[in-house]
Design a protein around this ligand. Structure first.
Ligand code: FE2
Length: 379
């Protein structure tokens, strides 16, 4: 990801996708948080992210601070306000900690802005140059669901540590990585009846294509229901499933999210690993909490998914879920919300051929989420 002078080489694998917005991958994900210093410590200690860059009072900023962390291709930016008032405080007050920016790495940020705004995207940042002694980047941006933004980053003429204005973050505290490799997908929760509107946005404005769709018959338990469509860019490197609540007997987890986030936003970020057993062992040892499916899940799981390379025992002990599609299988697990508001969480996923999203696990998973909702009195 994001090394200087790398050009777009992605091959189109989904015919339905359009070519007007070539993207190399996710550049970074920025969260607005109440206390970036402590959040950075959490993502280092618990998730194995590494210290990369910093901007704040010491670098000339007056009103905010940002920490940049990285693990393999996954880059997180954590930003907090330093003064009262202003858009960052408003965002945190309204939504709690949450994803503000899904930045996309492009070769031409001016063209990315022109092509998307021409197709109806609302601009949040006109194409402009930012520079320092390490070169320049071109940035532009558009609005997506809720108050979430897509920032296009063109960095082929930049070789600094992150972006102009940031300095290297040197620290003696560097906990080891846990094997997280790249962002597999990022899921947006939108309000009642809004799923199709936002899927259309990704299709028409960004040239994505729809991979799969799930309706409330696929995804429902006695209580909860939701609908979901998965949108992907042409190379398959950027996948954005979009969820909306569906009518159930009690409050859907999507409704709970919308209520506490005060609108649409990023529900979960799925992080890929090559060895989920090692990764989850490390994450659990560092205090990351995961949803628990009942033990009976493992009684007949191999009848459902067939043969797998791993022993079942460690998967069962770590509570890792298994699903299969036509192309192979996948292993996945979901954290509890990583914030006090029941909003954002992470998925850890290892793909062994399967390109799907774990449909076979939805029921077991949602029942696990409902048990948590019951404890929060929000079901
Ligand atoms: Fe997911």
């Amino acid at each position: 990801m994001a090394t200087a002078n790398t050009t777009y080489s992605g091959e189109k694998i989904f015919e339905g996708a359009q070519d007007f917005l070539p993207m190399n991958g996710t550049d970074y994900v920025e969260l607005y948080v109440g206390n970036a210093k402590q959040a950075a410590h959490y993502y280092k200690s618990a998730f194995g992210f590494q210290s990369v860059a910093y901007a704040g009072l010491e670098t000339g900023l007056k009103d905010r601070v940002s920490y940049v962390l990285q693990q393999d291709k996954i880059r997180l930016v954590l930003t907090s306000p330093l003064k009262e008032g202003g858009p960052i405080n408003e965002h945190i007050s309204k939504h709690g900690d949450g994803v503000k920016v899904i930045a996309l790495w492009v070769d031409d940020a001016t063209k990315a802005w022109e092509e998307t705004t021409k197709r109806g995207a609302e601009s949040c940042m006109e194409p402009h140059r930012e520079e320092d002694e390490h070169g320049y980047v071109v940035k532009s941006g558009i609005k997506t669901y809720g108050e979430t933004l897509h920032i296009f980053v063109e960095r082929s003429n930049y070789n600094g540590v992150f972006l102009p204005g940031f300095q290297k973050w040197d620290t003696d505290f560097n906990p080891p990585v846990v094997g997280l490799k790249y962002i597999d997908h990022m899921v947006g929760n939108v309000g009642w009846g809004e799923m199709n509107k936002w899927c259309e946005f990704y299709e028409k404005v960004m040239g994505f294509t729809q991979l799969v769709s799930f309706d409330d018959k696929d995804i429902s338990t006695d209580y909860t229901a939701l609908m979901s469509k998965v949108m992907s860019n042409g190379t398959g490197r950027i996948k954005f499933p979009i969820n909306e609540p569906a009518e159930g007997r009690r409050k859907s987890q999507i409704e709970e999210y919308i209520e506490f986030y005060n609108g649409a936003g990023v529900q979960h970020v799925a992080l890929a690993t090559d060895n989920i057993i090692e990764t989850i062992t490390a994450l659990r040892a560092r205090g990351v909490e995961f949803l628990k499916v009942p033990e009976v899940y493992y009684d007949d799981v191999l009848d459902r998914v067939g043969e797998i390379d791993e022993d079942l025992e460690p998967l069962k002990n770590l509570n890792i879920l298994i699903d299969r599609d036509d192309e192979g299988y996948l292993l996945q697990i979901f954290t509890k919300p990583v914030l006090d508001r029941p909003t954002m969480f992470f998925e850890i996923i290892q793909r062994k051929g399967a390109q799907s999203f774990g449909k076979g696990n939805f029921k077991a998973l949602f029942e696990a989420i409902e048990r948590e909702q019951e404890l929060r009195n929000t079901l």
